[in-house]
Ligand binder design. Sequence first.
Ligand code: UDP
Ligand code: MG
Length: 136
Amino acid sequence: MSNLEQTLSIIKPDAVERNLDNEIKDMFKNNGFKIVKEKKIQIEKFEAEKFYKVHETKPFYNDLCTYLSSGPIVVMILEKENAILANRDLMGATNPKDATDGTIRKKYGISIDKNSVHGSDSYENSKIEIDFFFKD
Ligand code: UDP
Ligand code: MG
């Protein structure tokens, strides 16, 4: 049965700063993702706080929000069969040290905080996150 999904992907400041956005976009395309919409933006800290609200009780929350708002990011809607899980697989583990070969975080991630990409983790969150950046 077909299950075409959309998910939200973010190329984070550490990767955009190193001009890796085109290489990372190529990885998505080469793995069968269609980039349906994309924009390069910089967000304010209060917006990062809203986006990452699920993590507000975590010790890394403040640094994470400072970081995500520290420079340009590329936000994309990716489309593919089972896109949400497929994107999580292609991203690799949160900590690049634990990510397996062939994943974006293994290839480009610097550290657990500067791990180059974000991807929605569930169907429900994909809807919320796509709306967050692309509701117009
Ligand atoms: N993060 C961090 N320190 C940690 C765990 C997470 O800085 O100990 C950051 C990291 O950038 C991660 C983001 O917080 O991508 C969101 O964490 P989550 O557990 O949702 O990981 P993800 O879904 O991005 O793999
Ligand atoms: Mg997450």
